[in-house]
Design a binder for this molecule. Sequence first.
Ligand SMILES: Nc1ncnc2c1ncn2[C@@H]1O[C@H](COP(=O)(O)OP(=O)(O)OP(=O)(O)O)[C@@H](O)[C@H]1O
Length: 281
Amino acid sequence: MNAISVQNIQKAFGGNMALKDVSFEIPKGEIFGFLGPSGSGKTTLLKILTAQLEATDGHAAVMEMPSRMMQKTAQKRRFGILTDNSGLYERLSIEENLDVFRRLYDLPKSSIDQVLHFVNLNTDRKKRVSVLSKGMRQRVTLACAIIHEPELLFLDEPTSALDPVNTAHIHKGLRYLNERGTTIFLTTHDMTEAESLCERVAILHKGEIRAIGAPDELKKIHRDGTLTVELTSGEKERLSMDEDSAAAIAGWMSRGQIDRMYTNELSLGDIFIKLTGSELV
Ligand SMILES: Nc1ncnc2c1ncn2[C@@H]1O[C@H](COP(=O)(O)OP(=O)(O)OP(=O)(O)O)[C@@H](O)[C@H]1O
């Protein structure tokens, strides 16, 4: 069963086509990453999927329902959405904010302790939201989105304001949630995040999907066709895959001079730059 199915989605803002003809499917249980330069249409797509925007054309289904049904109260508890830092009660503490969500979903009090551990905010739980740093606010918003362990979680740049330690902590928590059955759709600029977290990724450019697949598959497709041989002398030789190279390798091998040998693959970041012409931000 697909958690998300998108067919020929288009979105125009006046004369600007933010999404041109986007189609893809995400099976239940996957962690899927949407990558793209600034302005490529990631947030627009996420807002269409979560019924915050209407598509100009095409069809989007979420958990086998038209995506516009997502804001219906009966459906809301199946989803978690992290779009920005809005929606928090500034004058309440972290704990009190989470209590609002806990009551909404009719969860036991222990769910607050569990989710605070998840986002690494247990010791700050009594702090008012109005005094929090950007990264702490992002973690509180994430906590509100996951306190009910949703079936499907939408995350718009979930770790953009976080330091490496908290990013690793959140990644661990997201993997745990996913193991317990939550499908995760996230947008990110962070290629390390995409590689370490996502089973598949799509690269979006100017409103069109330019590539889709597992990070390893994309790397195989975009291999540059060369081989590096590291010799015991410390020299490194970059070779094309032809007969001359085979002869050279056979020579080194017979003399026991090869230390390491590997095909040269582009990183996900290199592939992103190749397909979009954009530097990573
Ligand atoms: N409400 C809106 N009204 C008019 N144009 C919009 C609106 N929202 C988005 N756009 C335009 O649609 C395009 C895609 O924007 P979107 O916010 O989806 O990009 P993004 O990939 O999420 O970028 P970023 O990584 O910077 O968040 C941009 O050209 C943007 O200016």
